[in-house]
Design a protein around this ligand. Sequence first.
Ligand code: 3MF
Ligand code: MG
Length: 344
Amino acid sequence: MAGEYRFSFGPWNIHEGADPFGPPVRDSIEFGKKLKMYKKLGFDGVQFHDDDAVPDMDNLGPEQIVKKAKEVHSMLESEGLVAEFVAPRLWEDARTIDGAYTSNDPACRQYARDRSRRMLDIVDALGTKLVVVWYAREGTYIREAKDSKVAVGQIAEALNDMLHYNTEVKIAIEPKPNEPMDQTYIPTTGHAVAIGYLTDYPDRVGVNIETAHVVLAGLDPSDEMGFALAYNKLFSVHLNDQNGLKFDEDRAFGAVDLRRAFNQVRILDQHDYGKDGQFVGLDVKAMRTQKQEVATKHLANSRTIFLRLVELVRSLDKNKVEKLIQQRDYEELDMLIINHLMGK
Ligand code: 3MF
Ligand code: MG
């Protein structure tokens, strides 16, 4: 419903704290226990990778995969939760070392297509109609390794394959400009929206905009959201925060730049984001320093910050804003916003 928000996160957002330079610092929590935390933290939706739902799926047959996914669906129902989306995890298997859909090895590309079909079976079994695709390794470390025109064609073909295989789903592309690659083929919202038009079903291809990814591309998250909204293609969001051009930090929403967070909430709230059932999705990580017992605060805090910002968006004096825009007094408008964020 317009003006009311439902929140989601993925089980990977409660994690052990390993990073490229050090091992886990917290114990693993089993999936069933994580599910029990959702409602307590104020969340109704679960985001999935295909193998979050069906671990070890590459070693199972299609029927076994569906059976396992249906068991997970029952677990969700008994917790009063729903699946928001399923994303194919196409970056850990040895066959995805050189990318998945854009691998230079045809056998590896075929693996990616087959895995995506199994993922679509899981989508059905979990009772959702949304797929998210993050193109983790669809890019290069060096430009000479692949042909970008060919690669974009391969990505479009793979989208088509999914859209034809399961005609009920919509696909939200999650653009990210780098990491793990030096450069990816779908780095921004514009690229994601555009590639939809290379498929047979452009209306069914949209975006999942992640704050940190947009910042890494040197762009503004609220403007990217506005762009997607103008095309009616904002199928989901991955809210978090990011302190400049570093590794993908996945900080709590609003924790780095409150005003940037305010503007994301503002564009969403002003255009009734969520009225067609879209979730406010988070993709946040607890800091590595966080101890076991308090390693879900980043989730509850992000949700609280979002809801407080909704209040601030709605209590902003719109007449004053309008007047200052008419007067072209943007210095005063700047001050009005700062004062509002500081509670003055
Ligand atoms: C990477 C991401 C991913 C995607 C997830 C769902 C692990 O930077 O943001 O999170 O969001 O794979 O597509
Ligand atoms: Mg994400």
